[in-house]
Design a protein around this ligand. Structure first.
Ligand code: FAD
Length: 466
């Protein structure tokens, strides 16, 4: 595939397999050694780069793990490595790391600097919480996090003076946080976009295409190509849109976890959804991992699948024959078996808008609180009439071959009074609905115990909310 993009300040056209990892391109073909090879699976952040793209005429930057960034995604974009923000003097970000002793062996440092510079280029608000969220995927194994935290506080102080959100690029350039060439990137990307030929993707009509969204599952699966033809989700118009009409919230399959965090509509109808989303991996993964990828990979512990199962969500699925709809609850058939034919594309998910006040909760247990895939997760949605449950929807992950809607438990709760007796009895119903297996994430008994506790957590939080 021919890929036209800007690497730091250089306009490039390269011919690469769309699945080729950007990390390998940067190190092996461009000799950019600031981008470190660490885990190779998006867990450590040593390979963090910044990716800029045009979105409705606006230039938007996000920090991403280059080990899981497929080269095809670079087309029409601005890729920035540490070399691309180095100037003759240290930037205030780099200087704060030096001044606070936040560097020891230095292996993780470029990744931290890129995540923080990406934060300054993109964050809605320059807050302590947001800057720490931006580095939640960067692991340091020798310096220690306190000096890094001190450096972030200094960076916020330096950035706040003279920072203008509406004129972000110029103000960051004036603060010497990014080089001046950033000011010309939007114009240059517009030019590249007009010359870009999307049809250059490899095609083989004999085989159904493999859809590539964020690549955070596909690229972890290893270097082998999944099939001869790769279709980039990001090439499909409007696939990342989130909007509402009278009846539904429409969430495009290409929406990333961070898009969901930022969506005012979703936060309004599903209170707390942003907080639940922060339990998914780290920002460098959340910036690329999509809703469609989470559902289509059909992992029994997929957080988004488990979460949307309690919201009556409907999938719009596109094939050559048109668009059909499938209830998310009917979509998962068996381990990694879905109601999705080869070549069919999940276009979007529609979430019905409810008129009643609802309590909504998501719980997740993993070996680490953040940055880890669940051992067991569960979501609940309650609609109450006083202390009587008018309607309840419960789901659980990690306790069956699929992300599981707990149908029996949900209908058992309808019409019952909230209280300890109801809670204990529905747990027994749930135990009959699940079939966990023992694996690296725990024994089947342990997973049963986890789900018991997660259901209790739903009830405890529900009583707090009432
Ligand atoms: C470090 C790390 C941490 C992670 N932590 C979590 C976590 O906490 N919780 C969690 O749930 N997951 C986690 N994941 C898994 C992964 O990030 C998510 O499942 C993510 O949502 C996958 O989306 P993607 O866009 O990257 O999918 P891709 O890798 O691009 O695709 C995954 C599969 O879906 C198919 N596909 C993608 N989009 C569509 C579509 N629109 N229609 C049809 N098929 C499609 C692809 O062909 C592929 O088979 C983690 C992954 C990594 C690497």
């Amino acid at each position: 595939m021919k890929i036209n993009f800007i690497l730091n300040d250089e306009e490039l056209t390269v011919d690469l397999d769309p699945l080729f990892p950007t990390l390998r391109f940067l190190r092996e073909e461009k000799g950019l050694s600031s981008v470190k090879t660490g885990c190779g699976e998006g867990e450590c952040g040593a390979c963090t780069v910044i990716l800029g793209s045009l979105d409705n005429g606006k230039l938007k930057y996000r920090n991403v793990a280059s080990c899981l960034l497929p080269a095809g995604e670079l087309d029409g974009k601005h890729l920035v490595t540490l070399e691309g923000i180095n100037m003759t003097e240290l930037s205030p970000v780099q200087k704060a790391f030096v001044d606070e002793g936040a560097i020891q062996c230095g292996f993780c440092t470029p990744g931290f600097i890129m995540s923080i510079t990406g934060f300054l280029l993109s964050s809605k608000d320059l807050t302590k919480e947001n800057i720490l969220n931006a580095i939640d995927g960067n692991i340091c194994r020798c310096t220690g996090y306190y000096s890094i935290k001190r450096a972030t506080e200094k960076i916020l102080l330096a950035a706040e003076s003279g920072f203008d959100k509406e004129d972000r690029i110029n103000s960051l350039a004036e603060l010497s946080i990014i080089p001046e060439y950033f000011g010309s990137v939007k114009r240059r990307l517009n030019k590249i976009k007009n010359n870009s030929e999307k049809s250059s993707i490899i095609t083989d009509p004999r085989e159904a295409p493999v859809f590539l969204a964020g690549g955070t599952d596909l690229l972890v699966s290893g270097p082998g190509r999944p099939g001869p033809e790769v279709r980039l989700i990001s090439d499909i118009e409007n696939i990342s849109e989130i909007f509402e009409d009278n009846n539904f919230i429409h969430v495009g399959a290409g929406s990333t976890v961070e898009d969901i965090i930022d969506s005012e509509i979703l936060n309004q109808y599903v209170p707390g959804i942003s907080d639940f989303m922060y339990l998914i991996s780290s920002q460098i993964i959340r910036n690329t991992a999509t809703l469609g990828g989470n559902i289509a990979n059909a992992s029994p512990i997929g957080d988004l699948s488990v979460l949307f199962l309690v919201l009556d969500a409907v999938l719009d699925i596109k094939s050559e024959n048109g668009v059909r709809e499938v209830l998310l609850r009917d979509f998962f058939k068996d381990y990694k078996v879905m109601d999705l034919e080869a070549g069919e594309l999940i276009l979007k998910m529609r979430v019905p808008k409810y008129s009643e006040n609802r309590f909504f909760n998501f719980e997740k247990v993993s070996r680490r609180k953040y940055l880890d895939i669940a051992s067991c997760n569960s979501a609940s949605s309650f609609c109450l009439d006083g202390d009587v449950i008018k309607r309840c929807d419960l789901s659980a992950g990690g306790v069956a071959a699929v992300p599981l809607f707990l149908k029996e438990s949900s209908s058992y709760l309808t019409g019952r009074k909230i209280g300890e007796e109801t809670m204990n009895s529905v747990i027994e119903v749930a135990m009959d609905e699940i079939s966990p297996i023992s694996d690296v994430r725990g024994s089947s008994d342990y997973k049963r115990e986890l789900l018991r506790r997660l259901i209790k957590a739903h009830f405890v939080k529900l009583e707090g909310w009432m």
